[in-house]
Design a protein around this ligand. Structure first.
Ligand code: PMP
Length: 428
């Protein structure tokens, strides 16, 4: 028995499913997840002494790779001064300023401890500001485990949702409308019908929780127009895309500005953090400036803030985005060619250093497209890659994350591994 197998067996005795977040348990692909001992740059090392080229990057925060020396230094320095105070600190002001200067829609910003808290709070604020309760989200979009957003399609012609998890009362998701991503006509029809009841539309401006699905031209612009016409709040969930697809996020890259923006991941440099912010007139309604309650014991945590500040400082100083674009394109092109050579049909969809790989014949534009892809081929591919020392997210619904620590050597080794893995995926 490997050390990972032994640990996984023990973990299941004391932790539900053996993990602290479901995707880590390898349910979609089968097998035992390697237990990680440490990371360095683009590489992960497991407790059995194996090393992997890592394309998970903790699902997004690690744009500079694992244990970047300057980020580690900032964390150690901050920790020595005390981990948390429950009182204002200078670092919070510095991080708020950096965020507001970088992200076009931000005039004020509130720090929280996770992406889930950011989206939950942004929805509460939207409802308070509009006096309405309807929420619009898109199938295949993930915004954390907020009750109102844990929703599946209802039956019949209704677009209204039913809970996707036990424990979420039907009444909580009754106000949540579910639409297909990239379908502006469906959004238009919904607003024509129920515009006066809709508080907000929440959307990932580049979908990163159904592999990677870019917004089609006009989709985000159309949501901007509809929300403006009907007095609803447009929320961009940039927890993945913020400081990832461009320094100022997808809104800077694509030129569409929402009313509220949710952030997380990269802005904490690997430490727990989230943030939401936007128009001053909205944010001034948040307590204690206004009546909309939202709080956090560890919000603005000094160690997380220090890791985030240092990460964003490096991103500003080094502007790695052109290089990330180049390295990620090399990966995407290499994967596409390797698949062609293996005679298997895949779609490689990429925006900056976010990449999605689908075993399907047509470009994927929504959740239905992801669901139609070949899951068994993905499982064979995933395990062949893992055996070859390439660590991918254990689900076809997750993105690949490229970091500044991924250089041509890692990319070429990955493509080499993929040549064989695609041949295995193609076998029935
Ligand atoms: N929004 C998006 C777009 C996400 O990808 C995630 C997490 N993967 C969240 C929100 C929730 O963030 P957290 O896991 O930090 O609560």
């Amino acid at each position: 028995m490997s050390r990972s197998e032994e640990l996984f067996a023990r973990a299941r005795r004391w932790i539900p499913g053996g993990v602290n977040s479901p995707v880590r348990a390898f349910r979609a692909v089968g097998g035992t997840p390697p237990f990680v001992a440490r990371g360095e740059g683009a590489r992960l090392f497991d407790v059995d002494g194996r090393s992997y080229i890592d394309y998970v990057g903790s699902y997004g925060p690690l744009i500079l790779g694992h244990a970047h020396p300057r980020v580690v230094e900032a964390v150690c320095q901050a920790a020595r001064l005390g981990a948390t105070f429950g009182a204002p600190t200078e670092g919070e002001v510095a991080l708020a300023r950096v965020l507001v200067e970088a992200v076009p829609s931000l005039e004020e910003v509130r720090l929280v401890s996770s992406g889930t808290e950011a989206t939950m709070s942004a929805i509460r604020l939207s409802r308070a500001a509009t006096g309405r309760s309807g929420v619009v989200k898109f199938r295949g979009g993930y915004h954390g485990h907020v009750d109102a957003l844990l929703v599946e399609s209802g039956s019949g012609a209704s677009t209204l949702g039913v809970p996707s998890s036990p424990g979420v009362p039907a009444a909580v998701v009754e106000q949540t409308h579910l639409l297909p991503y990239n379908d502006l006509a469906a959004a238009q029809a919904l607003f024509d019908r129920s515009g006066a009841e809709i508080a907000c539309v929440i959307v990932e401006p580049v979908a990163g929780n159904m592999g990677v699905v870019p917004p089609e031209p006009g989709f985000l612009e159309g949501l901007r127009r509809l929300t403006r016409e009907h007095g609803a709040v447009l929320i961009f969930d940039e927890v993945i895309t913020g400081f990832r697809v461009a320094y100022g996020g997808a809104q800077a890259r694509l030129g569409v500005t929402p009313d509220l923006t949710c952030l997380g991941k990269v802005i904490g440099g690997g430490m727990p953090i989230g943030a939401y912010g936007g128009l001053r007139e909205l944010m001034e309604q948040v307590a204690p400036a206004g009546p909309v309650y939202q709080a956090g014991t560890l919000a603005g945590n000094p160690v997380a803030v220090a890791a985030g500040l240092r990460t964003l400082e490096i991103l500003r100083e080094e502007d790695p985005y052109p290089a990330l674009e180049e390295v990620s394109a090399r990966l995407a092109d290499g994967l596409a060619e390797a698949a062609r050579d293996a005679g298997i049909c895949v779609q490689v969809q990429r925006v900056g250093s976010l990449l999605g790989l689908f075993f399907t014949e047509a470009p994927v534009r929504d959740a239905a497209g992801v669901a139609a892809a070949d899951g068994a081929a993905f499982r064979r591919f995933f395990h062949a890659m893992l055996d070859a020392g390439v660590y991918l997210a254990p689900s076809p619904w997750e993105a690949w994350f490229v970091s500044t620590a991924h250089r041509a050597a890692e990319i070429d080794a990955t493509v080499e591994a993929a040549r064989r893995a695609f041949r295995i995926a193609a076998e029935r």
